[in-house]
Design a protein around this ligand. Structure first.
Ligand SMILES: NC(=O)c1ccc[n+]([C@@H]2O[C@H](COP(=O)([O-])OP(=O)(O)OC[C@H]3O[C@@H](n4cnc5c(N)ncnc54)[C@H](O)[C@@H]3O)[C@@H](O)[C@H]2O)c1
Length: 271
């Protein structure tokens, strides 16, 4: 049981949640393909995993480039003999590529770029991993949604639209791949401390007010860490979750469970 021996492909795993999942999965005996557009950071993650005795390789892949996606899946299968788990983690927020975040100021290129990475990327990677996943006895696809799949946020038009689409794509793929024995799930994190959050906060008109709305709503009074999400991904990949399919897992410190902020409860955010 557990994920020991499973073969993971994790997109966007040079940093943040993807890197955290790569480290955790490898530490539990999985073989991991770390993949990203940031080769320098991706290679470092692989070095770290190997230094700790884990199995990992790095493969450059822009998830919007069909040729690179096909090559990623081929390389993964060649190196480790197959693919069991596709973790569609790569994602961007519009604040990472543009300062125009309102309906008037955002360009069509920015909107389409976010949709391209966050939605088309998930679809393309699933498509090219499919022949290998079909041969696995423990196949699953795990997609990165967000609480913005389910709820509104300021300055998140492209991001929120893309994450809503990821949630629905998860369910459609779960249906279409059921006969192949491939489970497809997604998870929806609240605020997890990575560069995506730092850049989103930096772009906000009032970063402190935005930080408050992101953390003061967490019933667990802190920001999430990549390992919090990595634990859930490893569970969703494992045989222990074999009856979980087409599901949307909220991992948000409780923020969508209520309407309020911690001060109402006499609580404060811990560092
Ligand atoms: N951090 C959060 O609070 C949070 C909340 C909800 C959902 N998520 C989702 O989790 C996923 C990981 O985010 P993160 O917070 O770790 O951010 P991150 O920016 O630290 O990591 C994202 C990684 O994706 C890579 N990437 C960007 N464009 C790519 C492309 N075209 N092809 C391949 N890789 C690409 C980046 O280089 C980076 O390494 C994203 O899908 C994000 O939307 C994050």
């Amino acid at each position: 049981m557990g994920i020991s021996g499973l073969r993971f492909v994790i997109t966007g795993s040079a940093d943040g949640i993807g890197a955290g999942t790569a480290r955790l999965a490898a530490s539990r005996g999985a073989s991991v393909v770390v993949s990203d557009v940031n080769d320098e950071h991706g290679e470092l993650v692989v070095e770290e995993i190997r230094a700790a005795g884990g199995k990992a390789i790095y493969c450059h892949c822009d998830v919007t480039d069909e040729t690179q996606v096909a090559a990623l899946m081929e390389s993964a299968a060649r190196e480790f003999g197959g693919i069991d788990v596709l973790h569609n983690n790569a994602g961007i927020h519009e604040s990472m590529i543009s300062s125009g975040l309102s309906l008037e100021s955002m360009s069509r290129q920015t909107f389409e770029k976010v949709m391209g990475v966050n939605v088309t990327g998930v679809w393309l990677c699933s498509k090219y991993a499919l022949p290998y996943l079909r041969k696995s006895a423990q196949a699953s696809i795990i997609n990165a949604g967000s609480t913005s799949s389910l709820s509104g946020y300021p300055q998140c038009q492209a991001y929120g639209a893309s994450k809503g689409a990821v949630m629905q794509l998860t369910k459609m793929l779960a249906v279409d791949l059921a006969a192949d024995g491939i489970r497809v799930n997604c998870y929806c994190p609240g605020s997890i401390h990575t560069q995506i959050v730092d850049k989103f906060l930096a772009a906000a008109p009032n970063p402190q007010a935005m930080l408050n709305t992101m953390t003061m709503t967490h019933l667990i009074p802190r920001m999430g860490q990549p390992v919090d999400v990595a634990e859930l991904v490893c569970f969703l990949a494992s045989p222990e979750s074999q009856f979980v399919n087409g599901a949307v897992w909220i991992i948000d410190g409780g923020s969508l469970a209520w309407r309020g902020t911690l001060d109402v409860l006499g609580m404060e955010v811990n560092a």
